[in-house]
Ligand binder design. Structure first.
Ligand code: ISE
Length: 336
């Protein structure tokens, strides 16, 4: 079965997904696009001969759309995700699932009413080969327990519309989810520190920040979020076990050795750095939808990550606050 896919949100990320589904993956066909910017929707739809819908509602309820990808801004995800659930359609929603835990809870409630897991959250790092190898070393158990994880999440630049809150709910949310998945436990306490600011930021922005988190069993995680680095999109992670330290490799494509030294080209965006992970994530989703099955991270994962975001934002807004406790509801049996 070919899965007929509709895209809501025709920005850079959405367009990259359309291209991968058409050029690199199998089993999916782009049939519809919607965006509040009509011209952007027309341009994105044209190469695929897809229809353009004026509203997301119209796209979701189009009987010729089997499944939906949402790649709009986090703030507007919740109503569209709930409409997909009510229409009985599988939806892959880019992170964050929603920008408040309350909205994520409303999504979980709608999904439980529908009685079927339909929502996958676009946490693509779960599909990255190196993170999976790191998890395999931890799970094999030969080097003891996890004690610490050091993360660096660096972007070359961000647009003026990027806010300090987004450092948490748009950027650090990747490490928040990846750490929950890697360690297999919830994050329970968080604090955000503000080191000296870079002169390369827009004046309204706090940058860099360091997010410090503790898990249920006491693993300490730190995450440097530094989004005006100028020179690269650079993701680093080191997992410290009792008798080993496991680091993600550098994401080089080629090495050049000459009179200037030995060096490799750096990625410049997440689309480039996580290309293979995105492909795997979307291929698995298309295959699962064709089998009428859920795959990937759930609404619970979206809710848990956003609950950590809420606590981190509270810490960011009140520098004098000590560690902020993460408030999580009891996990519904539906997501066990
Ligand atoms: C963006 O939305 C992403 O998902 C990237 O992975 C992250 O590095 C960037 O900061 C976000 O704005």
């Amino acid at each position: 079965m070919t899965v007929r896919i509709g895209l809501i949100g025709a920005g850079g990320m959405g367009r990259a997904h359309l291209a991968r589904i058409t050029n690199e993956l199998s089993g999916g066909e782009i049939v519809a696009v919607a965006d509040i910017n009509h011209d952007a929707a027309v341009q994105a739809a044209a190469p695929y001969g897809a229809r353009v819908h004026d509203t997301s509602d119209e796209l979701i309820n189009d009987p010729r759309v089997d499944a939906v990808i949402i790649a709009t801004f986090g703030k507007v995800h919740a109503p569209d995700v709930i409409r997909c659930i009510e229409a009985g359609k599988y939806v892959l929603c880019e992170k964050p699932l929603a920008t408040t835990a309350e909205d994520c809870a409303a999504i979980m409630a709608a999904e439980q009413r529908a009685g079927k897991k339909l929502v996958t959250v676009g946490f693509m790092r779960r599909f990255d080969a190196a993170y999976n190898e790191m998890k395999a070393v931890l799970d094999a158990g030969g080097n003891g327990q996890a004690l610490l994880v050091h993360n660096r999440h660096r972007n070359p630049t961000v647009p003026e519309s990027y806010t300090s809150r987004m450092a948490i709910d748009d950027t650090a949310i990747h490490e928040i989810d990846t750490m929950r998945w890697l360690l297999g436990e919830e994050i329970v306490r968080v604090r955000v520190e503000r080191p000296k600011s870079t002169t390369h930021r827009f004046p309204h922005l706090i940058d860099p920040v360091v997010v410090v988190m503790y898990t249920e069993s006491g693993v300490r995680i730190d995450d440097e979020v530094n989004v005006n680095l100028q020179w690269a999109y650079s993701i680093e992670c080191e997992l410290v076990l009792e008798t080993a330290a496991v680091r993600l490799g550098d994401q080089e494509k080629i090495h050049v050795r000459d009179e200037h030294g030995d060096r490799n080209a750096m990625c410049q965006s997440h689309i480039d750095r996580f290309q293979a992970a995105f492909n795997r994530e979307f291929q698995e989703w298309i295959n699962a939808v064709a089998r009428d099955e859920h795959t990937g991270s759930t609404s619970w994962d979206g809710y848990a990550a956003t609950s950590v975001v809420d606590a981190a934002v509270a810490s960011l807004e009140d520098e004098s606050a000590p560690m902020v406790e993460v408030r999580l509801m009891e996990k519904p049996a539906f997501y066990a």
